[in-house]
Design a binder for this molecule. Sequence first.
Ligand code: SF4
Ligand code: SF4
Length: 324
Amino acid sequence: MSMRGFIARTKANLYFKLPFHNHILNIIKHRRFSGLYIPKTIHIEVTNFCNARCTLCPYLKMTRPKGYMPWHIFEKIVDECTQIEGGGLKIILHKDGEPLMDPLLFKRIEHIKTRLKKSHIHFNSNAMLLNEEKADSILNSRLDSITFSVDGASKEIYENIRQGLKYETVEKNILHFLKRKKEMGKEIHVTLQMVINKDNLHEVDDYKKLWGDKADRIFIKKAHNFLVQKTSFQGGVLGEKQLSRCMQTFYLMLFYWNGDVALCCWDYDNLVGVGNIEKGSLLEIYNNEKLTKVRNAMINKNCKDIAPCNICSQIYGKDGPLWD
Ligand code: SF4
Ligand code: SF4
């Protein structure tokens, strides 16, 4: 591996392996200088349309409208990010939906890199639409990292969970992408992600064998309840006791395609109504009453009256990363 490749890979790995250390340092730094919380990772939902109907996802329960992010909203978010870029922002081009369905995806990546020179751009994809043309477009773009979500190591288990997708196509597409990456000498960091529950848990070892020597990283995490019930997909009813704190509102800011701001990555349906980027500035919204209330509850580790955190399986259960 070339020195450039080594640096790119180490940098990308650090984005994944040290997210909290990185973000906490930034929070302390920014609070000291401005008194404001400043996000370090920005999710931009380019679309919430999806070509799949996964059983571990609340896609079918989503009541908010479907659409693609209009260019003027996208531009405003990126413009505002230039004010807070500092040492660099992580820009993630998905929230709920499949980014490869967005016709403006590559134009957006180019725009971000032009305006935010230190940014690290990432998105997750189910890889069903990753044909040869899309693979080359990604590899020729300035995307820094990508995660392919594949929740099984066999056709039967995968298609039972990732409904509407075809295992053979997804596997073929990812293998082709990895082959082209090598041929083209590109440094884009590739993660294979498996979300587990009781139905696919027995395939974890096969999964590691299948992808371990091909991807840069394998990430295996427990399914989350997506705030739709007081149970965990891992099984069992959530306890009354809050087990941990959640840092999401301290470093993440997530925009739905229409400019509305989500509470966190599990908020699939604008459950809190934090604000909209067309009606205020990024920092005003990020430091408004609604997010401050959640942050204070988190600092005090007392979310029992804070919806939807009080049914979150991340802090009332043990859902979270399992193997990285
Ligand atoms: S591909 Fe992603 S967004 Fe689409 S249904 Fe599956 S988990 Fe949900
Ligand atoms: S506790 Fe759960 S619901 Fe609340 S902000 Fe964190 S991840 Fe979201």
